[in-house]
Write a protein of this length. Structure first.
Length: 134
């Protein structure tokens, strides 16, 4: 992925994930309130909150990709880890809340690890010079 591609992809996907977090949060607050119990609503709220946090992180990575002193490779890894983290972490919580199938909860920590790896990759991108081998 070139720096321009990282930038465009991160901005579009970050904005899309943020928009979906607002939609899902509103849907839970208004449409699911009479259907879900407090536990299910709490799961939805947590999923939407973490989705928004990491959508904003993807947007930040998109803006940072224009910075020539940061590693585009590690910025790409960071953005992808955040995106897959959203799908696995938030997605599994949404599914758990809607279906009650507890095995979806086993996927959630994988998404959490991806969030951590995304932040770690952002740290590496900030410390590593572009073009270096490691």
């Amino acid at each position: 992925m070139s720096s321009l591609n990282i930038n465009r992809w991160a901005l579009v996907s970050g904005a899309g994930f943020a928009m979906l977090a607002v939609i899902v949060g509103a849907f839970a607050a208004h449409g699911l309130k009479p259907i879900l119990n407090a536990y299910g609503l709490g799961l939805f709220e947590k999923a939407a909150r973490y989705q928004m946090y990491h959508a904003l992180a993807i947007l930040i990575v998109g803006f940072l990709s224009a910075h020539k002193d940061l590693s585009p490779r590690w910025l790409s890894i960071s953005a992808l880890a955040f995106a897959f983290g959203i799908v696995l972490f938030s997605g599994s919580l949404y599914l758990l809340a809607l279906t009650g199938i507890r095995s979806f909860g086993m996927i959630t920590p994988i998404g959490g690890v991806l969030f951590i790896l995304g932040w770690l990759a952002l740290i590496v991108a900030s410390l590593q010079r572009p073009g270096s081998k490691s």
